[in-house]
Ligand binder design. Structure first.
Ligand code: SF4
Ligand code: SF4
Length: 284
């Protein structure tokens, strides 16, 4: 079972809900794996506090041009869809941050002047938490634009017989699509505001286009009727509502799990787990 936590925008509480569901399931005796694919700013570790036992670099292939062999024909530049290689008179410039590592330029160079070299763009850390959650996070190096290879590397660590709780990046870009692509269920976490509803609609359209099962968690629930009216009208299930509660915000700011600081919320996460089971027809 792969459950992805997503949101239309940052700051909705997506990670708070994801880490607490992971904790709830682990405390209930389930085998749980938490995978942080929010690789530009992974913060599940702040709450689950894993001990790491492995760290692996994530590398991508980029072209390297041998100017002694190059005839400056410009074919590589003309064919690269990402404008990552440019031929200027007697120079060939490679913009490594734009390169998608497709190796097309390597294959089409008539002089066999292009080879591939590795470039490190981030890393993966693996470990486990005190209550036995298997933990994996991807970290994209600062300034690197391409999150997808790091997300791919995180997902290579999927453990088959575990419930996998996956924290997706916010928004609707390629990294989100990559994270959602093999999900059994997507939980969209939103806040009851006009911006929250606007971005939720866009994010849910990604799941609809990918034919994914999904539902919504309303975080910091308060007075904003249009959100519930919209979800009602579109027949979109509300999986759980968490009220606006200063104690939750304070626990968050201390880096504490909600279910440890405020165990009264345990029933909320039982409802969330039950709703996911009901909608997927799979047990957790
Ligand atoms: S395709 Fe090969 S030979 Fe032509 S400009 Fe590029 S590197 Fe040089
Ligand atoms: S490997 Fe692909 S993306 Fe990178 S420079 Fe060559 S053609 Fe462009």
């Amino acid at each position: 079972m792969k459950i992805v936590f997503a949101s239309g925008k940052g700051g909705t509480g997506k990670t708070t809900i994801a880490v607490n569901l992971a904790y709830y399931l682990a405390e209930s005796g389930k085998k749980v794996q938490y995978l942080d694919c929010d690789v530009e700013e992974p913060n599940g570790h702040l709450f689950l506090k894993p001990d790491y036992d492995n760290k692996t670099a994530v590398k991508v292939m980029v072209p390297s041009v041998d100017l002694d062999k190059c005839n400056f024909c410009g074919r590589c530049s003309a064919e690269c869809r990402f404008n990552a290689i440019v031929t200027i008179k007697d120079k060939v410039l490679v913009f490594q941050e734009l390169c998608h590592g497709c190796a097309l330029c390597v294959r089409i160079c008539p002089e066999k002047a292009i080879s591939e070299e590795q470039r490190e763009i981030g890393f993966i850390e693996e470990g486990s938490t005190v209550n036995g959650i298997s933990f994996v996070q991807g970290v994209l190096n600062v300034g690197e634009p391409m999150a997808v290879p790091v997300i791919t590397a995180v997902k290579k660590n999927f453990k088959e017989d575990y419930i996998r709780i996956i924290d997706a990046p916010p928004g609707t870009s390629c990294p989100v699509v990559k994270t959602i692509t093999d999900a059994d269920f997507v939980v969209f976490v939103t806040e009851p505001t006009p911006f929250g509803l606007h971005d939720l609609k866009i994010a849910m359209s990604v799941a609809i286009n990918m034919s994914k099962l999904f539902g919504v968690v309303i975080n910091r629930d308060g007075e904003y009727p249009p959100l519930k009216e919209y979800l009602d009208q579109e027949d979109i299930p509300v999986l759980m509502s968490v009220p606006e509660d200063r104690d939750i915000a304070e626990a968050y700011s201390r880096g504490e799990l909600l279910l440890i600081s405020l165990p009264g919320y345990r029933d909320h996460f039982k409802i969330l787990a039950d709703n996911i089971m009901k909608l997927t027809g799979k047990s957790l």
